[in-house]
Design a protein around this ligand. Sequence first.
Ligand SMILES: NC(=O)c1ccc[n+]([C@@H]2O[C@H](COP(=O)([O-])OP(=O)(O)OC[C@H]3O[C@@H](n4cnc5c(N)ncnc54)[C@H](OP(=O)(O)O)[C@@H]3O)[C@@H](O)[C@H]2O)c1
Length: 298
Amino acid sequence: MEGAISKPPYTRRIAVVTGGNKGIGLEVCRQLASDGVTVVLTARDEKRGADAVEKLKALGLCDILFHQLEITDSSSIAALADFLKTRFGRLDILVNNAAVSGVEHVQEVDTNEEKRLEWVLKNIRDTVDGAKKSIQTNYYGTKHVIDTLLPLLQSSNGGRIANVTSAYGLLRRINNEEIRQELDDIENLTEERLDELLGKFLKDFEADALEMHGWPVGLAAYKVAKAAMNAYSRILARRNRALRINCVHPGYVKTDMSMSSGVLTPEEGARSVVNVALLPDGGPTGAYFAMGQEASFV
Ligand SMILES: NC(=O)c1ccc[n+]([C@@H]2O[C@H](COP(=O)([O-])OP(=O)(O)OC[C@H]3O[C@@H](n4cnc5c(N)ncnc54)[C@H](OP(=O)(O)O)[C@@H]3O)[C@@H](O)[C@H]2O)c1
């Protein structure tokens, strides 16, 4: 077209981090930006997100942009995709970090408590509403973000997805042998079957029949949602050989989610995530990483 000015190609890598306003996500943004990556820090709340960007800019990290993203809202995800398409035409790194625990706290955490994890587990309560929220956010929200941004990742020369998972999502948490095997049989597992299994889990939750059917108890929905996300990540990695799609457990980290009861700092937890997000070309895909090492999903 006469008079059209073509934009020079954007040479720096571009990353999107979900739930980037605090905790591990904020630290992932800081570390990626320090590594020379252009970071789109996203947060569901405009103010919390903008404040986080200001904090990072105050550290001298200028190549950080904010975009609102509520991962359970399809119009919010679509708006982010449009922004990325218009601004960059592609996406190189997607860090799916946003999540909720989906449990209620019975009382304020005692920070002086010696056996902190034990104390936290004794003082949280699973609820039906929390379980639904956990499945909707941690599995379906994350899946929807991935599915919508996938074409942009496919436009990159080295697309990477790092799904922040948890050791609670390992298959050993599920006592039901059949379900465990199905979730590990990635060649035959389908998205539709994952939907059915999650529907069955929520039905069993409401009927107070989790234990009877071999589902985890205690942070039940968080564990099942992360196990489902791990399985979906493996399915996607098989379908998208040109991308590197992996899951990473950050360790037990002091954040709001752990009620500051973790043993690692957000900086230490985020380091594991960033290492997976920056895996070299030809590196592993469809894998799970914990403590900096590739490990089993089981
Ligand atoms: N902390 C640990 O010990 C630990 C261990 C294993 C795995 N992980 C995983 O690490 C990741 C980060 O956790 P964290 O410990 O840093 O937790 P956190 O401090 O509670 O941060 C969670 C982040 O997710 C965002 N978020 C929640 N729901 C969202 C939604 N619907 N849409 C958009 N953003 C949403 C939160 O936003 P708001 O500020 O608006 O709520 C916040 O930015 C999670 O995937 C978690 O499962 C943590």
